[in-house]
Design a protein around this ligand. Structure first.
Ligand code: URP
Ligand code: ZN
Ligand code: ZN
Length: 481
């Protein structure tokens, strides 16, 4: 007797696509294969639908005070929005501050996350390199938190790690089997450019994008890679957007160095002309939106396997929060000052549909690559595979069921977070998550949320030593070179 039987769907993994049934008992997959006729409490006929492993968002910032703002969503709301986008697990970051231990920040954040309707995990944010921090990082690995993010910019916002701290953390991470994650933007170049913008009196939204060009990102990316290579420590470069950086990754991969790369859907589909609009402040994020040519380069890197994962970098702030520290002129127009705008975008719900439509639908990536980029590789790199990220006996019964033919229009009115705008407003997408299943329970069905607050559980992670050692240990099906 099964609890749930998914019949007649097309099962998609990172390497295969096949027709088959999936049987679930006690929240786990117990069988995957041909026609199954055994009795089941619930049977769902998925003829015409594709069954993907539950989407994992390995990069969100929820309930994260930043630049004077907090965001409108708690973890319950974010998990609901995610569930509508096929997300069955996400990973957030500790709200570490200078003077507050990363261990205490971890405990605080884990408490907030308990309300989530889907499974969750945590990356530690490191903002200083004292002895206490280094001791805490060891404890965190034992607690199942083996990934540490460092920011190479945002000095004035108090969260930047200097180079010495980065190197120190790399050394500790190497010893304890952890993976440092880097926000790669050169603080020196960005601050210098911001000062130049101020001096010439142009703090427009557009000037923000020009002040942090591709080189600002590539310089930090290259520096992080060189430090990592010197120490012999693997790294993950998050939200990567430019060819100069991707070419460095390609070189690292030729040497089989474990430099992993993430990008986000907004860098593939939104461009810096967005900053020419009066409400361009809504699109202020770091790195900034770039050009269609940059996006084409990033698609190429998704296709050739240089980029291993995608994340949403969901960091949602309302219109009011985005403009909280701005003023208007006599005509009611914004007096543009990009320095006063909190950085961040929303995206946990839109990542899967955008990648389905713009990526698979337009031939940039295959459906199998999409699975790798939204689930399997994230589980593998961040240390929760094969419990997560795959469709095989023994794994958690987490699925995103998609209808590849269904078209819809992205809009604030149809998405499920507490946001009063949508950067993708009006974008027509083809391919839609129509049902989400977490631990064998249907949590989104027929356009309604059927999950419960607090049903998500903390996922303790341990990194794969082979993936920490060599890039080629990641799915061979994904590397095409
Ligand atoms: O602009 C962004 N990306 N905000 C979120 C924080 C970060 O840098 O990841
Ligand atoms: Zn970042
Ligand atoms: Zn981020």
């Amino acid at each position: 007797m099964f609890d749930l039987l998914l019949k007649n769907g097309t099962i998609v993994t990172d390497t295969d696509t096949f027709r088959g049934d999936i049987a679930v008992r006690d929240g786990k997959i117990v069988a995957v294969g041909g026609q199954m006729e055994e009795e089941s409490t619930r049977v769902i006929d998925l003829t015409g639908k594709h069954i993907l492993p539950g989407v994992i968002d390995g990069h969100i910032h929820c309930m994260c005070p930043f630049m004077g703002c907090q965001g409108p969503n708690d973890f319950y709301k974010t998990s609901i929005a995610g569930a509508f986008g096929g997300v069955t697990m996400f990973i957030d970051f500790t709200n570490t501050e200078v003077g507050k231990s990363v261990y205490d920040a971890t405990q605080e954040k884990l408490e907030l996350m308990e309300m989530s309707a889907v499974d969750y995990a945590l990356h530690a944010k490191v903002v200083e390199g004292n002895e206490q921090t280094m001791a805490d990082l060891r404890k965190l690995v034992d607690m199942g938190i083996p990934t540490f993010k460092m920011f190479m910019t945002y000095r004035k916002d108090g969260i930047m790690c200097d180079d010495a701290t980065m190197i120190k953390v790399f050394k500790v991470a190497k010893k304890i089997g952890a993976l440092p994650m880097l926000h790669c933007e050169s603080n020196a170049l960005a601050e210098d450019a911001f000062d130049a913008c101020e001096a010439r009196g142009d703090l427009s939204w557009r000037a923000f994008a020009e002040a942090k060009p591709g080189l600002c990102e590539a310089e930090a990316f290259t520096r992080a890679y060189y430090y990592a290579k010197s120490v012999g420590c693997p790294i993950m470069a998050v939200h990567t957007t430019v060819k100069e950086a991707l070419d460095v990754a390609r070189k690292a991969h030729e040497e089989d160095f474990p430099l992993y790369v993430e990008t986000c859907p907004h860098y593939l589909t939104l461009f810096k002309d967005r900053y020419d609009a009066e409400d361009g402040y809504l699109a202020i994020c770091s790195p900034p939106l770039r050009t269609p040519k940059d996006a084409a380069d990033v698609w190429d890197a998704l296709k050739d396997g240089t980029i291993s994962i995608t994340g949403s970098d969901d960091c949602t702030y309302t219109r009011e929060e985005k403009s909280r520290f701005l003023k208007k002129d006599g005509q009611g127009k914004w007096i543009q000052d990009f320095r006063a705008v909190v950085n961040g975008n929303s995206g946990i719900e839109t990542r899967l549909p955008i990648l389905l439509s713009e990526g698979v639908g337009k031939g940039h990536i295959t459906l199998n690559q999409l699975v790798a980029l939204t689930s399997t590789n994230i589980a593998k790199i961040y240390g929760c595979y094969p419990r997560k990220g795959c469709i095989q006996a023994g794994a958690d019964a987490d699925f995103a069921i998609v209808d590849l033919d269904k078209t819809w229009t992205l809009s604030k009115d149809t998405l499920h977070n507490n946001l009063d705008y949508c950067l993708f407003e009006g974008m027509e997408v083809k391919g839609m998550p129509v049902m989400t299943i977490a631990h064998g329970k249907v949590i989104v069905e027929n356009g309604a949320f059927t999950g419960s607050r607090g049903e998500g559980k903390f996922v303790s992670r341990r990194l794969d030593p082979e993936i920490l050692k060599r890039y080629s240990a990641l799915a061979p099906g994904v590397r095409s070179r």
